[in-house]
Design a protein around this ligand. Structure first.
Ligand code: 5GP
Ligand code: ZN
Length: 113
């Protein structure tokens, strides 16, 4: 837990968020600034700065599995969706707590910007 990390504070319940799903290891909540009709962030409860710092394969698996569960809960598992993680400055990461974006409910395009 990092006192200065906004997502750690969401895990601790000191900053409000709309929780979509959770497990012992991971948590999913709606993005504050949604870029698609479905835009949910999935994070490990334990602070990890980014994918570059992730060392626990089981934890990563649990985060990915919760992302798939979110897609089912949000009703986009069949229509399709995108899971993306931004890592580091050139990856476009703005919050330094590992998170997967689950985006869906509209047509996604490639390549991303
Ligand atoms: P990144 O740019 O690091 O890949 O994604 C960070 C995401 O966190 C952004 O999509 C941003 O809208 C979201 N975000 C930033 N602060 C908050 C917050 O306090 N609550 C929630 N729910 N989302 C946030
Ligand atoms: Zn954190």
């Amino acid at each position: 837990m990092s006192d200065t990390c906004i997502f750690c504070r969401i895990v601790a319940g000191t900053i409000p968020a709309t929780i979509v799903a959770s497990s012992d290891t991971a948590m999913a909540f709606r993005d504050l600034s949604p870029q698609a009709p479905v835009h949910v962030l999935v994070i490990p409860r334990r602070h990890t700065a980014s994918l570059a710092d992730a060392v626990d394969a089981a934890e990563l698996g649990a985060v990915l599995a919760l992302a798939a569960e979110v897609a089912r809960i949000e009703g986009v598992a069949e229509s399709g969706y995108r899971v993306v993680t931004n890592a580091g400055p050139e990856g476009g990461q703005t919050v330094s707590h590992l998170h997967l974006h689950v985006l869906g409910g509209r047509q996604m395009h490639w390549p991303p910007g």
